[in-house]
Every structure is written in C-alpha cells, then in structure tokens.
Ligand binder design. Sequence first.
Ligand SMILES: [Zn+2]
Length: 167
Amino acid sequence: MHEVKIVSHYGQPIIVDQCEKCGGIWFDESELFRAKQGEAEKIEVLNTEILRTPSTIENSSLICPRDQTTMHRFTDKYFPQDIVLVRCLSCHGIWINRGTFTKYQQFRQKLMPKKKSSQDERLEKSIAPLIVSYKYECERSNEAQRRDVDIALNILKTILRLFIFKS
Ligand SMILES: [Zn+2]
C-alpha cells in the first residue's frame, strides 16, 4: 500500500492508502464521505493499466488491515449492486476495489440536486457545516434514522428560508 493524497469538500488534505498491485483503496473512518467530488478520477486515472485485468476481490472475505476484523460488504436498498464497498464494523474503515471510488462518486453526484437556485445556494452555504455532519451520519445510520434526519433537515431549511428571504 502507498499513500495517496486527495482533498475533502473544504480543501483539506485526506491521505488514503492505495494498493500498488490491485489498485484498491483503503479509507479510514469517514474519509470516503469527506472526499471532494472529482477526486476519484484524479487518483484512479493512473490505474488504467490495472483496470484491464480482472479483480478477484469480490468473492473472497477480506480482513481489516488495521485491526484484523473480518470485513463485510456494505449493502443498502438504494445502493447500486455494481458498487462494492467492504466495511470494517470495528474501525469503520472502508475498502473499495479499483475503479469503484470513481463509480461511487458518480453515484453520489447523481443523488445531488440537478440545478440549484441562487437562493438555495446561499441557504446551503449558511447551513453547510450541518449538512456535512448530516451526510456523514447518513452513511453510518440505518434507513429509519436517515429518514428522521431528512425530515428534520427539511423543516430546518424551510424555517431558515422564511428568516433569510423574508424581505
Ligand atoms: Zn478495522
């Protein structure tokens, strides 16, 4: 494994580990969710050579490189089957196969609203720190909790909208 530098949504550096042999990437807790959109292409484009050979990781059980816990494939009703994330339930680290980081970021991009009004942009700037922690919680919590957070966030947005754009 060698260290690769990417940046977060707010431009802070994130150091991830990438395997020279298979091109897979290890993310410590929350690093994957904090990575800025477009970072995947930056580090995965270097591995086009590797991408041509088939990967054997999907079917074997992986052991966490940090604490030797058996890792589990991440599944979710809404999560695409062709994106394989393997998670350590102990340290919350995530292993993804080569090319998957790009697929994952493209998937997240699709979840984002297509076009925002300038009002919404201003609004989101003012609640940006909240949204970051919300997104992080999203990735870690179950569906019911996620829905609750979603509702709370929408209510908050509505209230803020009334305050900020009243005049
Ligand atoms: Zn672990």
